[in-house]
Design a protein around this ligand. Sequence first.
Ligand SMILES: [Zn+2]
Length: 163
Amino acid sequence: MTNSETETPQQQAFMQMAIDLAIANVGNGGGPFGAVIVKAGTVIAKGVNQVTHNNDPTAHAEIMAIRAACQELNSFTLAGCEIYSSCEPCPMCLAAIYWSHCDRLFFASGHHDAAAVDFDDSFIYEQLKLPIENRSLPIQQMMRQPSLKAFQTWLAHESRVSY
Ligand SMILES: [Zn+2]
């Protein structure tokens, strides 16, 4: 995303909705994050951080919004959609946004703002840049050869649905 374009009042309204969701979620015991997904000028899904509520470390606002939007559209792709996040997405959510094929991402707070209140995902961004052997998480590849059978099975499966 570049900052060279000026947001429209409608885009600002969608972002304000994401911000309001983030603020309200604090009162509900959740993290201060909200996300809204829009298709053709209409909000189709909202999400808030539910990590502690659901005991789910992946229940970030963007992930929740993506899941809700896909349910709403009955589709595994969000092509044609825009996502508005109250904060710059963490690596997991950014990757999920790529996987969802959203057309565009808008975010409000930056990751430095989040780090200032102890939501620091810069560690993960740094880890991703490192070779596997230099990461803090012990990672070991094993049994590659037998695992390739899954891919062979996939390629041989004529009715496979690519995504
Ligand atoms: Zn996230």
